[in-house]
Design a protein around this ligand. Sequence first.
Ligand SMILES: [Zn+2]
Length: 118
Amino acid sequence: MYSAYDHLIERLVTDPEYEVRIDGTVWSKALARKSGTWRQLKNRVTEQGYIRIQYDQRPLFLHRVMYRKFVGPLDPKAEVHHADGDKTNNDPANLVQVTRSEHRVNHPRSRNRWGEWN
Ligand SMILES: [Zn+2]
């Protein structure tokens, strides 16, 4: 489930109506059509402490969005690890793509309902 919406992430990062910024904020022009100004998408924090945004009526993990936008291509079979252990720190320098087994080594105990570790 952790990569179920990677195709939407691909669309988001090239969508001219949206802007993903390096500070982890995501802005939509479409949301504010009348004023013509960009509006920031609301962040939601999941029970597991991950930040999610809503795009095309689907929830996307912000750490995967940030990785794709600022670090490199997403491997659908890989997970994105927060190097400092802070699941809300989505600075590109804090994000590392790892295989599931590599990730398990980093997080021997905690695993969330989507099978993803922080
Ligand atoms: Zn991790």
